[in-house]
Write a protein that binds this ligand. Structure first.
Ligand SMILES: [Zn+2]
Length: 92
């Protein structure tokens, strides 16, 4: 069930998922890093585990872990779900 997959992904920290794709540094109570969707070479991407979102202060984009992986890998929603589940699969 897709709903179950989404629920499982929500139980994981978004930062632990995004770390598979980009470098993140602790920043206050969030994480920040280079935005893979911008060409600015500045750390404008912020990741917030409490809200389970990412956002870029440069391009104004953002979303959840599923949409990040969709955009980053240029894959569909279902492909993104399955990829993330394979990454966090060992976690209970
Ligand atoms: Zn950006």
């Amino acid at each position: 069930m897709i709903k179950d997959k989404i629920e499982k992904i929500k139980t994981a920290n978004i930062s632990s998922i995004l770390r598979h794709f980009i470098r993140l540094k602790a920043h206050q109570n969030k994480y920040r890093g280079l935005c893979p969707f911008c060409d600015n070479r500045k750390e404008t991407l912020f990741v917030d585990d409490h809200k389970s979102i990412y956002y870029c202060s440069e391009d104004g984009g953002g979303g959840d872990a599923i949409s990040f992986v969709m955009n980053f890998k240029d894959i569909t929603f279902d492909e993104s779900l399955n990829l993330i589940l394979s990454l966090i699969g060992n976690q209970s």
